[in-house]
Design a protein around this ligand. Structure first.
Ligand code: OAD
Length: 231
């Protein structure tokens, strides 16, 4: 059993999604803050954006949708794989221990020189841009447009999709690849696709079950159904 989450699961925690009318990418152009070219051109601008996101996300708490998925991990243990496109760390705060962060994390920094990674929850970071002990600039350890996904997270995500009997998709527009294809791979290999999203997505027609609803009010019911199935 595997679950792929997107920005929608954190919407009820007060974190903006990306592509809805008030979404982040409608406020700040992707090309200015979320590409390697943008960082090469103006690292301070990019860091100001990520530092502000860190500050905002630090004020947010997990909501009932996250908590339901923590309960799912508690019930299924290693039979459950949680794959998230989110970089906010709220699944871990809710109690999930095994989270495949395929788009990285706001709370991890990576050196552009020596490649060293470190966790850092400081808000605000000083100086900006932050500097590694080796003297080179640190960058947010998130995946930018045009970059490949981290192998250590994406490979087990593919394996989980290939072997899942139920693949649940929560709060993603399913338009960003290769994340969206995880659900297609799962369906192709015979998994039942389940979806929770107030909107129709490209995956909806492939779904065996779909809850056209925000995650918070229905995730407990969805998790109960899964736990019943896997008893
Ligand atoms: P999007 O902003 O593309 O989609 C958010 C989805 O959440 C939409 O389908 C909404 O209908 C749904 N939604 C909104 N409120 C919800 C709620 N309360 N409960 C459940 N669903 C809700 O965000 P993602 O699909 O996560 O990548 O975007 C994928 C990737 O694109 C992100 O990881 C990010 C972005 O560019 C990177 O930054 C690499």
């Amino acid at each position: 059993m595997a679950c792929l989450t997107g920005a929608g699961i954190s919407a009820e925690s007060g974190i903006a999604t990306f592509r809805e009318s008030r979404g982040l990418w409608n406020q700040v152009p992707v090309e200015e803050v979320a590409t390697p070219q943008a960082f090469a051109r103006d690292p301070l601008r990019v860091w100001q954006f990520y530092d502000a996101r860190r500050k905002q996300v630090a004020t947010c708490a997990p909501n009932p949708g996250h908590l339901a998925l923590a309960r799912l991990e508690e019930g299924l243990g290693e039979r459950f794989t949680l794959i998230t496109q989110n970089v906010d760390g709220l699944h871990q705060l809710a109690g999930n221990r095994n989270v495949l962060e395929i788009h990285g994390s706001l709370w991890r920094l990576r050196c552009t020189g020596c490649g060293e990674e470190r966790d850092d929850r400081t808000v605000s970071l000083e100086p900006l841009p932050p500097i590694c002990e080796c003297g080179r600039m640190l960058r947010p350890s998130v995946v930018w447009f045009g970059e490949v996904l981290p192998e250590h997270a994406f490979q087990p995500a593919i394996e989980a999709a290939e072997s899942a009997s139920v693949f649940l998709v929560v709060g993603t527009s399913a338009v960003v690849e290769p994340a969206a294809s995880l659900a297609r791979v799962a369906a192709y290999q015979g998994a039942a696709l389940w979806e929770v999203n107030p909107e129709i997505t490209p995956l909806t027609p492939l779904c065996e079950r779909s809850w056209q609803s925000p995650a918070g009010p229905v995730m407990d019911e969805v998790v109960d159904l899964i736990l019943d199935d896997f008893k």
